[in-house]
Design a protein around this ligand. Structure first.
Ligand SMILES: [Ca+2]
Length: 569
């Protein structure tokens, strides 16, 4: 992800309103794909708000092999492009993957100068106003809604004709299942981008990939279970702090560390409200989740934890590396962090495992994937709405070029094509008799370093950041603890996916100062002040709300209501 963005977003990570894909950081280890994005993020909700299952990946895959044309192109079209990944280079004489794409899909890609991965969005915006956009480019629409609110009405980008989409059922299904695409279609009456979600398979991560890593060996020692409610969470944190879970006779441990309120607020969706985003009540009124009084109950539990000394005193402003360091040094029993398959493996191997040699980290680590408000309630996590990258076409792309690109994109979505991001079958990976994908390793045990062996390989990344491959249980993806990682991830997803809390998409796409000005109101640090405060939680919460209203909250609500009326949200 974009390095410059990271600092900006860290500064913004506790703000209201925007998609706030902040707290972006170094990806966890990822053996098969050097460019895994780690986005604290949002992701495509099914357009129907999650009510219906979409077609399974397998079914779609079978259709795809017929829908994408492979081979039979008489010429090679060169398309200037940007994939929102490491800049690629293109040399079919030395890069087998580039050669393969030219031969089978009739495309040669040329890396654009806009190079969004390493440049500010302003470079892309300038190219847009100069009529110099690359034919294909990708950038984060939820960071930069201008891509929608400016690029589409000013006709910097081309509409994707529905007649073309008819040829590509997987691509069409992806658009139809993507809530952001559907919201934009409702606003501008057409498809103007291809979504690049974190996972091309919407059935894996229906909810945000957040988790609280927990020491299961400590739980066992104290005869406790992995907590599922806020009260149990409180009790476990208390026991980890006061009951000597490591059994050394010294009072030297505590309950919770992690990466701060920005992530913890995802767990507030136990209330049924998305704390970090805009919501609508039963009467259709818009409200920002962090303003809702239902949060008081959770803040009360956290206040008690703070008073007990069972939450890291630096939690409010902690950096994720420091939280992981504390956790890995066996001082804290729980650690809040991103927790998709990639991060589960990263925490277990790169952090906990590296600091505790000679043990299997999965003998000690479990995961709290979501919490329920009360006993008997379903644990809930925010629905995954994508910190999503949009792949767009410049207005001067020809229909033939777009068709050629869409054909390649369709192939990448197919069951065969999606494994191209792991290289080639028989060379970089192989399929065993049971259909499991295994990495082919050299005598030192190393699998293919994609960006080294195939310098063009980021051109296979348009359909997603590849998190589906990290999650699929039948795909070997990690060098260490592959099976343990996938099993724990699947267990966590099964809980989070039960009943995600879906935030509203429309307000994420608003580019209006009345709404964005209120983003300077820092709910994360306000919440931390309440947790660490001495006045009653409810009083401090009411005081916070009043100050948010004084800084323009009601105007933002009204503006959103107007946009909602205009666009039919
Ligand atoms: Ca101890």
């Amino acid at each position: 992800m974009k390095r410059k963005l990271i600092s900006t977003l860290l500064a913004m990570s506790m703000v209201l309103g925007m998609a706030a894909c902040g707290n972006n950081d170094e990806p966890a280890s990822n053996s098969a794909d050097g460019s895994a994005s780690e986005e604290e993020s949002q992701e495509s909700t099914p357009a129907d708000d999650g009510g219906e299952e979409s077609q399974s990946a397998e079914d779609e895959g079978e259709d795809a092999e017929e829908s994408a044309q492979k081979g039979g192109f008489e010429d090679v079209i060169t398309i200037v492009a940007d994939s929102d990944g490491d800049p690629f280079s293109w040399d079919p004489t030395s890069d087998k993957m580039a050669k393969y794409i030219e031969e089978n899909f009739g495309i040669a890609f040329q890396q654009s100068e806009t190079n969004y991965y390493n440049n500010d969005f302003s470079v892309l915006q300038l190219a847009a106003t100069d009529g110099a956009l690359p034919k294909v480019f990708a950038a984060d629409i939820l960071y930069y809604p201008e891509e929608i609110t400016q690029f589409i009405p000013e006709e910097f980008v081309a509409e994707i004709p529905e007649s073309l989409l008819e040829k590509y059922p997987l691509t069409k299904a992806l658009l139809e299942n993507d809530a952001v695409s559907q919201t934009v279609r409702g606003m501008y009456d057409g498809y103007y981008f291809l979504p690049k979600p974190d996972s091309a398979d919407p059935n894996i991560y229906k909810a945000e990939r957040k988790g609280i890593f927990i020491r299961t060996d400590w739980l066992e020692k104290l005869n406790l279970e992995v907590p599922t409610t806020w009260e149990e969470f409180y009790n476990v944190a208390h026991a980890f702090t006061h009951d000597d879970p490591d059994g050394n006779g010294v009072d030297d441990t505590f309950g919770l560390t992690g990466d701060g309120m920005g992530t913890l607020r995802y767990f507030f969706s136990s209330t049924g409200i998305s704390n970090r985003y805009w919501n609508r009540d039963a009467d259709g009124n818009w409200f920002f989740g962090a303003m809702d009084d239902s949060n008081i109950e959770i803040l009360e539990w956290l206040r008690k934890m703070y008073e007990d000394g069972s939450i890291d005193p630096d939690f409010g402003g902690i950096k994720w590396e420091d939280g992981l360091k504390t956790f890995s040094s066996n001082r804290a029993g729980m650690c809040l962090r991103n927790a998709g398959a990639d991060w589960i493996n990263g925490v277990a191997v790169k952090y906990y495992g590296a600091a505790n040699e000679g043990i299997n980290p999965f003998d000690r680590l479990g995961l709290i994937p979501a919490l329920a408000l009360k006993d008997g309630d379903t644990p809930r996590m925010d629905g995954y709405t994508s910190c999503m990258v949009a792949t767009m076409f410049s207005e001067d792309i020809t229909e033939e070029e777009m068709d050629r690109f869409l054909n390649f994109y369709e192939y990448l979505l197919s069951d065969e094509g999606k494994y191209m991001r792991m290289g080639f079958e028989g060379e970089d990976w192989e399929r065993d008799a049971d259909g499991n994908i295994k990495l082919i390793r050299d005598e030192n045990g190393n699998s293919t370093a994609m960006s080294v062996k195939y310098p063009c390989s980021t051109v296979t990344h348009w359909p997603s950041w590849g998190f589906e491959l990290a999650a699929y249980e039948n795909v070997e993806y990690f060098d260490e603890y592959n099976d343990e990682t996938k099993a724990l991830n699947a267990e966590a997803c099964a809980i989070r996916n039960q009943d995600p809390v879906w935030p509203e998409i429309g307000p994420m796409l608003i580019d209006d100062t009345v709404v964005t000005d209120i983003t300077s109101f820092a709910f994360g640090s306000e919440y931390w002040q309440i947790i660490t405060g001495t006045e009653p939680v409810a009083d401090m919460f009411a005081d916070m709300k009043q100050r948010a209203i004084d800084s323009g909250y009601n105007d933002a609500v009204e503006a959103i209501a107007q946009y909602a009326q205009q666009y039919g949200w």
